[in-house]
Design a protein around this ligand. Structure first.
Ligand code: AMP
Length: 559
């Protein structure tokens, strides 16, 4: 395979399960099974002395070695307070996620006999700036060239849209995974996938349904044995119940009832749990997803989208039949179940494949127009502005088709545009005239990205050396919010040139790229001098910690 057509793999890095996909020689997205011949790999890591075990074996080992097994790290991505300790070494969520990525890649390499270098990784639409950066870092620690971080619902929509690319429609993607819930409105067109609005909760997922079952099982055990002991304090029992609850939940998606047994302290209690009871004890969780959906629909109305054509269900937890029923009741539409476990990885693979073909196309267009590759951003704009003739475009596409063996229409369709929105608002701490601190939002959530905005800050005193900017993220859509409604995600320090007067405007440019990552530049306006900006991203692994993680990962074979 040549450099221009280097394969780009799609990875769904899930809270509970992960998977990897590629696009085969017929242009079809295919999941690559792992070494255990499973299509999804549990995102569970077992630190077994000096070796690291990922997946099913790790999940099973959690019963015997609860303290050596770590799972659900995705919920802690970009979270500096999350540290997993093993043999006095500290591991952050980014590094543990990197091990999951390594396992997926290693198994794929063995299956295909080809090295995995370039990847597109997915994350929930709901992820903020730090979580996205952390996801990218996880890929880098695993040794990948991360071509793009793409939202899970967008990936699912790409996989869905690729089934029939001529049909234009507005789709709601209801994505309930292991740990996160995303609801996203997407406008699917022939050559574009545009996110209109997104909402959800990154602490609501299939795991919460498991937890409710666990609590119910504990209650039944207590009633039966007469004990008031909290049996979950015992880590072995806790792990055991977690695993049985997930199994029971899955059975209840198929059957009206399931037998379960709880063993603790030498006592064993058998019980039967029915679907009705399960639905009753989890009703409020489902209701929350409906509320989030309604909120998002209201926001979409403000953007001029009054209705939608379809709801598609993705994410393993949408297999629970009550989800379909509730959606039908609330929105009078029958949702389509679309490849719940695989759509996200496949969509990421299709996006990666298109990126790869587009790279080839850009290279040919560069040769034909003598325009440097770095300056070619959008081929369709070049055609519209007559910078590239239709004939030369056809020739370039034909050459890529000949070289890759893919059809001409699929090469032409590789110029897929993905437009995204920010899922959070972000702004800075400012002072009111009464000198109270408030958050002044610069970019409101559900704004289309990439976006560049400028804001002036003022020096307070003469010859001020630095200006501190506190960057805040929040989930409101208001411009001004109290400090405690937002979280500080970064600080930036501007190092000013000497002898500036007081009250001098410093213009700060905030750019959110299409992945939702933030970049800052600053300018001292009187003499248009660039001001150095030091952004502190302490919440995401960086510096020495990052180097150490990369070095550790390089020498590591995962099992
Ligand atoms: P995902 O992150 O999309 O892989 O979704 C994983 C979640 O889906 C986990 O909480 C699984 O327990 C849940 N799940 C998978 N299959 C089923 C099923 N048949 N019924 C209910 N939940 C399921």
């Amino acid at each position: 395979m040549t450099e221009q057509t280097k394969r780009i793999f799609g990875i769904d890095l899930g809270t509970t399960y992960s998977s990897i996909a590629y696009v085969d020689e017929y242009g079809k997205a295919v999941i690559i099974p792992n070494a255990e011949n499973e299509r999804v790999t549990p995102s569970v890591v077992f630190f077994d002395d000096d070796s690291i075990v990922i997946g099913d074996v790790a999940k099973e080992s959690s019963k015997l070695y609860p303290n050596e097994v770590v799972s659900f790290v995705k919920r802690s991505m970009g979270e500096p307070n999350f540290i997993f300790l093993h043999n006095s070494e500290e591991y952050r969520a980014e590094e543990i996620s990197a091990y999951v990525l390594k396992k997926l890649a290693q198994d794929a390499e063995q299956y295909l006999g080809e090295t995995v270098t370039d990847v597109v990784i997915t994350c929930p639409a709901y992820f903020g700036i730090n979580e996205r950066e952390a996801t990218r870092k996880a890929g880098e620690i695993a040794g990948f060239n991360v071509r793009h971080i793409i939202n899970e619902p967008t990936a699912a929509a790409i996989a869905y849209g690729s089934l029939d690319s001529n049909d234009e429609r507005i789709v709601l993607v209801y994505d309930l995974g292991g740990g996160t819930f995303d609801i996203t409105m997407i406008d699917i067109r022939k050559n574009s996938v545009e996110v209109i609005c997104t909402g959800g909760d990154h602490n609501l997922g299939g795991k919460d349904w498991d937890d409710r079952l666990v609590a119910h099982m504990v209650e039944l055990f207590q009633n039966e044995t007469g004990t008031d002991e909290d049996i979950l304090d015992d880590p072995d029992t806790w792990q055991d119940l977690q695993l049985s609850a997930e199994k029971a939940k899955k059975i209840l998606s198929q059957r009206p009832k399931t037998p379960i047994s709880v063993t603790h302290g030498g006592e064993r209690v058998k019980m039967v749990i029915g679907r009705e009871k399960f639905e009753e004890i989890t009703e409020d969780l489902l209701e929350r997803t409906i509320e989030f959906t309604k909120e998002m629909l209201e926001e979409a109305k403000n953007k001029g989208y009054q209705s939608f054509d379809e709801i598609i269900l993705v994410g393993g937890a949408t297999r629970m039949p009550q989800i379909k029923t509730q959606i039908e009741e609330n929105f009078s539409i029958t949702p389509k179940v679309f490849d719940p476990d695989e759509a996200v990885a496949k969509g990421a693979a299709i996006y990666g494949w298109k990126l790869g073909l587009n790279d080839g196309l850009i290279e040919r267009v560069s040769q034909k127009t003598n325009k440097p590759i770095e300056r070619i951003d959008d081929i369709s704009v070049m055609i519209e502005s007559n910078e590239l003739s239709a004939q030369d475009f056809k020739k370039a596409a034909q050459e890529v088709a000949d070289q890759t063996g893919y059809t001409l229409p699929s090469i032409e369709r590789s110029m897929l545009k993905v437009k995204n929105v920010t899922s959070k608002s972000f702004g800075v701490v400012a002072h009111t005239p009464q000198d109270d601190e408030i958050v002044f939002n610069i970019v409101l959530r559900n704004t289309t990205v990439p976006i560049t905005l400028k804001k002036d800050f003022y020096t307070a005193v003469m010859d001020q050396k630095t200006v501190l900017i506190r960057i805040m993220e929040s989930e409101t859509s208001r411009v001004e919010v109290p400090l405690d409604h937002a979280v500080e995600i970064k600080t930036a320090v501007l190092n000013l040139p000497p002898n500036l007067p007081a009250d001098l405007p410093i213009e700060i440019t905030f750019t959110l790229n299409e992945e939702g990552r933030l970049h800052l530049t600053a300018m001292e306006t009187t003499e248009s001098r660039q001001v150095e900006v030091m952004v502190d991203t302490a919440s995401v692994i960086q510096g020495e910690d990052l180097e150490k993680a990369i070095a550790r990962s390089q020498n590591l074979v995962v099992h």
